[in-house]
Design a protein around this ligand. Structure first.
Ligand SMILES: NC(=O)c1ccc[n+]([C@@H]2O[C@H](COP(=O)([O-])OP(=O)(O)OC[C@H]3O[C@@H](n4cnc5c(N)ncnc54)[C@H](OP(=O)(O)O)[C@@H]3O)[C@@H](O)[C@H]2O)c1
Length: 274
């Protein structure tokens, strides 16, 4: 049975809570600190940030100030594109750790597959993991082509691929490849930023459960075995998005949601990247 703190085992043996809080566009300062604090109080145990979001410092402050033990909180951050390359990635990781004020992160991701540098960046991530400063390492926005190209040079395979996923964008080739390689998927933009809440099928299934469209989208991801990181800076919506553990989408309803895939993409397509 799925619960707010349900964890999935990654191929490196560590575990990751399936539900996390996204923080893209959460403003640095009180907005991010309050969102993270509110999420931890609600029972979230996974926080997703990135160097590029400009709020690592506030995420770190809220994690350190929390009464929830550090060992129970899963923190992800990401290597930005302009910091890719072996030495640059090591230096960028040091800067992220200084911002976060933490001894380790649970997951460090290459944010985007920058051509010609990503293999060197991956070697740096392997070093960071070997040093124990990131428990797990992974990638984001990698297509199956990028992953297949990385494997021969990699000592370690990515434990996670964080990609854009919602009922309206299911990225089947990448998703199926990751499943076949035991690479855990994390879905970002799981609410499609609220832009498809008027879909009639989604609306009907939500009404059948007395839930919102947002809650059905999050529950759909969880039932597919994806980690999911909806973003909100609003304490009421942070709690609302975690109130998805008292209902189950039926197999028939899952099929109807699976049929909504119409390639509705809000971020760049990894397949278009060399
Ligand atoms: N790896 C990558 O390249 C990448 C790219 C994009 C995102 N991400 C990560 O994934 C996270 C989630 O993606 P996202 O933030 O782009 O999109 P999202 O989670 O699909 O949508 C967030 C938007 O929906 C609103 N919202 C949240 N809950 C709601 C609800 N229950 N009802 C109505 N509106 C609601 C939020 O506003 P309020 O804050 O006002 O509630 C915000 O404007 C990001 O925050 C980030 O951590 C990663």
């Amino acid at each position: 049975m799925l619960r707010i703190d349900t964890r999935v085992r990654l191929q490196d043996g560590h575990t990751m809570p399936l539900l996390g809080l996204g923080t893209w566009a959460a403003k640095a300062g009180g907005e991010t600190r309050d969102a993270v604090t509110s999420a931890l109080e609600t029972g979230y145990r996974h926080i997703d940030t990135a160097k590029m979001y400009g709020n690592e410092q506030d995420v770190g402050e809220a994690v350190r100030a929390s009464t929830v033990p550090r060992t129970e909180i899963f923190v992800t951050t990401k290597l930005w594109d302009s910091d890719q390359g072996y030495d640059a990635a090591l230096e960028a990781f040091d800067r992220s750790m200084a911002e976060l004020g933490l001894d380790y992160v649970d997951l460090y991701l290459i944010h985007w597959p920058v051509e010609s540098l990503r293999t060197d960046s991956w070697r740096a991530l392997e070093q960071i993991k070997a040093d124990g400063r990131a428990r797990s390492i992974g990638v984001s926005n990698f297509s199956h082509i990028h992953l297949q190209a990385l494997f021969p040079a990699a000592k370690e395979r990515p434990a996670v691929n964080q990609i854009e996923l919602s009922p309206f964008l299911q990225q089947r080739p990448i998703s199926e490849f990751c499943r076949s390689q035991d690479i855990q998927l994390t879905g970002y933009c799981p609410l499609a930023k609220g832009q498809r809440f008027d879909d009639p099928t989604l609306t009907e299934i939500a009404a059948q459960h007395g839930k919102s469209q947002a809650q059905v989208m999050i529950r759909w991801a969880l039932q597919k075995g994806q980690a999911v990181i909806p973003k909100s800076s609003n304490p009421r919506r942070i709690a609302h998005n975690a109130d998805v553990f008292d209902f189950e989408i039926s197999a028939d309803q899952m099929e109807c949601l699976n049929a909504l895939d119409d390639d509705y993409r809000l971020c760049p397509d990894p397949m278009s990247m060399p």
